[in-house]
Design a binder for this molecule. Structure first.
Ligand code: ARG
Length: 254
């Protein structure tokens, strides 16, 4: 019994030592920051062959460099990202999360790295705004702010959830749904890249500020990230990246 108790105590101690949010000083000592993203949300985070890239992946690289850190990337399903952050399995998440009240209860958001919103995209040009969604079936990625906001549209027939945004898009192209709601820049990129596919961009349903997140209360890490982000936003390097991906500056204007 005594032995069992001390084994249990040792296990608990180990868990307490290894599983905790790493404050800035600890990350700096290591020289590496562990960042999780999804890798299925072009042009923000995606794989080009086997290389993880995208606007926010490159923004993170710029920010980390200013912080004097190298990034160790981890890619996981969107749904697992904030959950793993709460378990302190990585230091930071950057995966186009909109700052919502609900999420802010569970994690600490940094300053936003871009502003955007959920846009309606359909094949039928008659489906343009929230009213047009009446009686329609709409595809969204599970766990996203699109899901929350589409649910609020009254008289919608059904919201279909998909594990990735790419799956939600496929549901639209194969006409299993009437519309797809995704990020406006994702929608634009898809329409631009497939000019003959018949995608029709509709209105924005809502707007949101997109930010990275750290473990709840890890203010030293969030503070250093924010300072470095402000620097890349001031020195022209953010602007250059934004131009490369979007041909416009996507930072929040306030
Ligand atoms: N902006 C949306 C949200 O806050 C969607 C994010 C989706 N991100 C992704 N990596 N699939 O929920």
């Amino acid at each position: 019994m005594k032995l069992l108790k001390s084994v249990a105590a040792a296990v608990a101690l180990c868990a307490a030592v290894t599983v905790h949010a790493r404050p800035l000083a600890e990350v700096q000592k290591d020289g590496k920051i562990l960042i999780a993203t999804e890798g299925q949300f072009a042009p923000f985070n995606f794989f080009n062959g086997t290389t993880l890239t995208g606007f926010e992946v490159e923004v993170a690289e710029l920010v980390a460099k200013k912080m004097g850190l190298t990034i160790q990337w981890k890619t996981l399903g969107f749904d697992a990202l904030l959950t793993g952050l709460r378990q302190d399995r990585w230091d930071l998440v950057i995966a186009s999360h909109g700052i919502t009240e609900e999420r802010a209860k569970a994690v600490t958001f940094t300053e936003p790295h871009y502003c955007s919103g959920g846009m309606i995209i359909a094949m039928d040009p008659a489906i343009k705004n929230a009213k047009d969604l009446s009686g329609k079936v709409v595809a969204v990625q599970t766990g996203t702010s699109y899901l929350e906001n589409v649910k609020k549209v009254s008289s919608i027939k059904e919201v279909k959830n998909f594990p990735t945004d790419v799956d939600a898009r496929s549901a639209l192209t194969s006409r299993r749904v009437d519309a797809w709601v995704t990020d406006r820049f994702v929608a634009k990129a898809v329409a631009d890249k497939n000019p003959g596919a018949g995608f029709k961009l509709g209105d924005m349903l809502f707007i949101e500020r997109i930010a990275a997140a750290v473990s709840k209360g890890n203010t030293s890490l969030a503070g250093a990230w924010n300072k470095a982000l402000a620097e890349v936003m001031a020195d022209g390097s953010y602007a250059q990246l934004s131009k490369k991906y979007f041909n416009e500056d996507v930072r929040c204007s306030n």
